[in-house]
Design a protein around this ligand. Structure first.
Ligand code: ZN
Length: 422
């Protein structure tokens, strides 16, 4: 690929600047709020129409067989593809088009897609409708520049990333649309910033602990067994022993922000005894449940993580043997890490340096995203996240994405794709 060819791709991105921002704004105006999964069909169609206008073959793919795919809230994914000169595996760009609820504290219209001061505002602006627009126009800039590419290029817009991604990327992977045979590399334009490439994430062990006691009259609590009291022993151990021990463990993966390089545990929710609202009755709490969110490091591994929790619960049990404890797994995702020599990393870091003039940084994500399905179900190890927007603005009120960053990220994606499919 000559330098003049690369320059012509960059020129096409600049020429398309207004179209790119318009398209991102149009996507923001479709309130694809998840939960419950509103307006997915409209958004899949908007992306499909744009891809068709770019001459791509478009497939709309309802997530048939997924429990999340219901008549009220259909789960519709979309894939566009552009044939390459050869018939090899594709370079695939994937973005989720669901957004989290707006929450309070907005000073802008969350679904206005308005621009103030060089920033495009709205729920999903950075996470990640700007990223989808950048991906769509990166591929289009290559076409407009008339650059022949060997590998087929694919773009998918998928649902439900914010709720686990099973009906989105998980479904594409389960149904063979993303696979080791069909897919050479995947780039997910999540908002890690224009000069950072994300190479994976920590693991998730989400579990529930139930303590069961025995009900009795509240005026004679010594005749019952209080399950909340039992649970308090476990919470003490989590706070005083497990928490500090996890803080001592630091991963070699470049997780950002720094605090998340440590192993962590969060108490997500607690429910015990009778409801606080309404008329109380004098009863000893016979049941207490707590949901925990443990983020574990690649170096810790799932088995050690689970065994450690089981041992901690056993110790709480021994402090109050009359309470019965049990553990139930709620959600498990293994950590993922892109191999260091994956060409997709080099293609992006080179492109970042060329477009921004700054060196690229490799980072890892504190939370998980759809890379887990690409790596674990599809078996495609060469997957990274790269896209415009600041990670810490995701899910916040007044979420925005800088217009200049959207254009820069489109250029980086275009150059990287050209390099991966020469
Ligand atoms: Zn996202």
């Amino acid at each position: 690929m000559s330098s003049a060819d690369l320059d012509s791709v960059l020129t096409e991105v600049d020429r398309a600047a207004e179209e790119i921002i318009d398209f991102a704004a149009r996507l923001i105006r479709i309130p694809t709020v998840n939960p419950p999964g509103e307006e997915y069909e409209a958004c899949a169609n908007a992306i499909g129409d744009q891809l068709r206008a770019h001459g791509q073959d478009v497939q709309l793919l309802p997530a048939i067989g997924c429990k999340e795919h219901t008549p009220q809230h259909p789960r519709i994914n979309v894939i566009g593809s552009q044939a390459g000169a050869a018939n090899g595996p594709a370079i695939h760009l994937n973005g989720h088009f669901d957004v989290v609820p707006t929450g309070s504290g907005w000073t802008r219209d969350p679904f206005g897609g308005e621009i103030f001061d060089g920033k495009l505002y709205g729920r999903g602006a950075c996470d990640m409708k700007a990223g989808i627009a950048a991906a769509v126009f990166a591929v289009e800039a290559i076409r407009r520049a008339g650059i022949a590419h060997t590998a087929p290029l694919e773009i998918s817009g998928t649902v439900d990333e914010e709720s686990g991604g099973f009906a989105g990327v998980g479904w594409l992977a389960e149904n063979g649309l993303l696979s080791r045979a069909r897919t050479k590399a995947v780039i997910i334009p999540e908002p890690f910033g224009v000069d950072r490439v994300c190479i994976g994430h920590r693991g998730v062990y989400w579990f529930e602990v139930t303590a069961e006691g025995r009900i009795a009259h509240g005026s004679m609590p010594y005749l019952g067994i209080n399950a909340i009291e039992g649970m308090s022993h476990l919470l003490d151990l989590v706070r005083d022993e497990l928490g500090p021990a996890l803080f001592e463990r630091v991963t070699a993966m470049p997780v950002v922000p720094d605090g998340s390089r440590h192993a962590t545990i969060n108490i997500n929710g607690i429910d015990g005894g009778q409801p606080i609202d309404g008329v109380p009755s004098p009863c000893v709490a016979d049941r207490c449940r707590v949901v925990f969110d443990r983020r574990f490091l690649m170096e810790e591994g799932l088995e050690r993580t689970r065994a450690e929790i089981a041992a901690l619960v056993a110790r709480a049990q021994s402090r109050m043997p009359e309470v019965r404890f049990s553990i139930e797994d709620r959600l498990i995702f293994e950590p993922t890490r892109t191999p260091e020599d994956a060409p997709v990393i080099g293609a992006l870091t080179d492109a970042i340096e060329r477009v921004t003039g700054r060196p690229a940084a490799l980072v890892a994500s504190p939370g998980t995203y759809d890379q887990k399905h690409v790596a674990r179900i599809a078996g495609v190890p060469h997957c990274v996240a790269y896209g415009p927007g600041q990670l810490d603005l995701a899910h916040q009120p007044d979420e925005y994405c800088s217009v200049a960053d959207i254009i820069a990220a489109t250029k980086v994606l275009a150059l990287a794709v050209v390099k991966l499919a020469p």
